[in-house]
Design a protein around this ligand. Structure first.
Ligand code: BES
Ligand code: ZN
Length: 469
């Protein structure tokens, strides 16, 4: 039986949409860029504001310092209605955002949110963090607000964790989870940092890829050299690095690091069948970003490439003279940032070691390499046979009036793995982002419908989990 207060809660959310948007805009105005120390005060202000909002709803909310940016922790035990004996919940989101550069590619100020209308008529919230992850975390806050406004209580025992360093690799998350394990360990974590399958088609993400990265610096001569005086006699680190990078893939798109695929499992038949039934068009997916040809392993579908296969990608490369005009120089060093998305049982440290060995084995005389590690998290796979997944799926399907799908995601959310390994807590990944949200890019947006229906969906999920989760 649906909770008797649910219809009024949903109505309240619609009536309160404009005020909810204004609250989201307030959060979006904090330039909480976690990776850049210049924005430390803005990150702190965003955390304080969130804690204030949650306190205002009746949560016991605190800003909890870490050696980096603060966590916001809130407990809603006092808000849980009498007899709320469904699973206890920990909702997770992150209030930090990616840097905005290149700033000149934004049509408007990244931290001055506004509503835009797309050519196809969709209305969107435009700002850095609109989709990743402020708009998403506010869907849950707004759902709680409506429950409290209408019913005075929440239908479930809810705690909340907002992180402020997700976009910079969560350096303080593991120690924080370890130090507060008992307090934070609930029956299920709800993570709102993923997407829907497509506009109008909600999804629960059951697979996430892991991530391991390295900045590679190849060094040769003890200073930059004149390319006429030394050219071809002196080792050129750009040439060396380019050759090594080019050797990382064969012409079928397979990664050439020995042992790279050892711990990669084939997709279970059940999941393969589910994915094949999804209306996915590689042409449309790539077409939207101006491409047409899937560039990964040529014997895999595009959906497999992004959801269930590992990658080795180059995220940045530099060296030598990059200014205007020309400078005939042989540089002393060259850099590349390389990161691998991991799947199945691939171990980040094992892959890191294999990548390093692969590069080092190809260094010619006089060249050395320096390593700067980045990230390190394995993939996560959820057990979606649990009743809580069915409950959430029913709630999402009811909101969108179409069956919600179990989907994969190419992105990485290491906290899901940490919740499992450190707190023994499974996660359910539900989010309302869309492929065209431009997360991490200029002109990031979040569909107004994602915000509106996302909040309504959480209101329904809370009721459903209480009923059958
Ligand atoms: N929200 C994203 C992850 C994501 C992206 C999920 C796309 C679903 C679809 C998250 O904030 C993110 O960007 N994570 C980083 C990893 C982190 C360790 C820097 C990523 O995936 O690159
Ligand atoms: Zn995110």
């Amino acid at each position: 039986m649906t909770h008797p207060a649910l219809p009024a809660v949903l109505e309240r959310l619609d009536q309160d949409l404009d005020a909810g948007l204004e609250r989201l805009f307030h959060l979006l105005r904090f330039p909480s860029i976690s990776t850049d120390p210049a924005y430390k005060g803005d990150c702190a202000a965003a955390a304080e504001w969130l804690a204030g909002e949650l306190s205002g709803l009746g949560f016991d909310a605190q800003v909890r310092p870490t050696p980096g940016h603060a966590m916001v922790v809130a407990h809603g035990d006092a808000l849980a209605e009498e007899g709320a004996d469904g699973p206890s919940l920990l909702f997770y989101g992150h209030y930090d955002v990616q840097p905005v550069d290149p700033l000149n590619l934004w049509d408007d100020e990244p931290f001055d949110p506004k509503i835009d209308t797309l050519p196809d008529g969709r209305r969107v919230i435009r700002a850095r963090g609109a989709a990743d992850d402020k708009g998403q975390l506010m869907t849950f806050v707004e759902a709680c607000r409506a429950w409290v406004a209408v019913h005075g209580k929440l239908p479930a025992r809810v705690s909340i964790l907002f992180e402020g360093e997700e976009e910079s690799g969560s350096p303080n998350l593991v120690p924080f989870l370890k130090a507060n394990a008992q307090e934070l360990s609930k029956d299920i974590a709800l993570i709102c940092d993923t997407g829907m399958f497509a506009p109008g088609k909600p999804g629960i993400t059951t697979m996430l890829r892991g991530l391991v990265g390295e900045q590679i610096t190849v060094k040769a001569a003890n200073r930059d050299l004149h390319s006429g005086m030394y050219g071809s006699a002196a080792a050129n680190p750009i040439r060396v690095l380019a050759k090594i990078l080019a050797s990382l893939h064969d012409d079928q798109g397979r990664v050439q690091i020995p042992g790279f695929y050892d711990d990669v499992d084939e997709l279970p038949e059940e999941i393969r069948a589910q994915w094949q039934a999804l209306p996915f068009s590689a042409q449309e997916f790539l077409g939207e970003v101006g491409l047409s040809h899937p560039a990964g392993e040529q014997d895999r579908s595009a959906l497999e490439m992004i959801w269930s296969r590992p990658t080795c990608e180059f995220n940045g490369i530099s060296g030598g003279y990059e200014g205007e005009g020309f400078k005939t120089v042989i540089p002393a060093q060259a850099f590349a940032k390389v990161s691998c998305r991991l799947v199945s049982r691939q171990d980040p440290e094992k892959i890191r070691a294999s990548l390093r060995a692969f590069v080092e084995a190809q260094l010619p005389p006089d060249c050395t390499v320096e390593w700067h590690p980045h990230g390190g998290a394995g993939a996560t796979v959820m057990d979606f046979s649990k009743p809580s997944f069915e409950a959430a799926r029913e709630a999402l399907s009811a909101e969108w009036e179409t069956e919600a799908a179990f989907i994969g995601s190419g992105g990485s959310i290491p906290v899901a793995g940490h919740f499992q390994s450190l707190l023994d807590m499974p996660s359910m990944l539900i989010g309302f982002g869309l492929d065209d949200d431009r997360i991490h890019s200029p002109n990031e947006k979040y569909d107004l419908e994602s915000f509106r229906k996302g909040a309504r969906a959480w209101a329904r999920i809370l009721a459903k989990l209480a009923e059958k989760g």
